[in-house]
Design a protein around this ligand. Sequence first.
Ligand code: MG
Length: 288
Amino acid sequence: MKLVRFSTTPTTQPMIGITDGMGVSALAAAVPEAPTDVISLIEGWPRFHTRIAGLPNFDLELAEVCLHAPIARPGKIYAIGLNYADHAAEGGLEPSKEQVWFTKPGTAVNGPYDPIERPRVSTQLDYEAELVVVIGRRARHLTRSEALSAVFGYCVGNDVSVRDWQVKTSQVTLGKSFDTHAPFGPWIVTADVLDPSDLAIWTLVNGQERQRSRTRNLIFDVAAQISHLSEAMTLEPGDVIFTGTPAGVGAARKPPVWLEPGDRVRIAIEGIGHIENVVVDEQPRAAQ
Ligand code: MG
């Protein structure tokens, strides 16, 4: 199943729906007792999923609605670094024997087709195509063989990065934390219909291919990542994990090529779909 957050106009309240990739069915009318926020729905999924699977009439055209990030404010967003050997090598680094983790804040969450901002304080804006995992249940101390049972589903994500802020100290987190720099979607493909172990993943910038790999090239696979994180913390429904990017980022090109206003970044993953975000200069934003 593909779970979406959508609205019929850009300014109306997002709703939950399911899609077949062409049409959308709104949940609220068909299953009125279902929660209206995605994290609560994921928590209650065992109670609702059979009825939700039975509801589709896909009466709204997907092309006519606005898609939002599938989860507006995940409890946690964790992202692993240097998790494809070719990406580590293009940065002149050895793959780490330990998993290298950083976080992205809730304010970085962005919709699958919304603009990415080039910050006021940097021009070194870069893309990273990543498979995104959505956690489905509370979990702690999972073994590798148990780990995938905690997955609700998968999305396409862009771990947008501000390279000078990423490398100016030994801690990369601020360079990964700018507003709008965690677009993901376009929907959540539920884990019962997608095996994440060998999916094609690629990036086009203005139609030109910049990254292409397969998820079988992950150094630490999805199960290893979840197992390791669960040793440190309780994973919860709606937590989001960015699983690493392959070679081909702009920073590694000779000379480096940064994203500029007007650039169109499309990231796609086999079996899920694609997201596409246009770069704009940082927009004025209210303090609240
Ligand atoms: Mg990354």
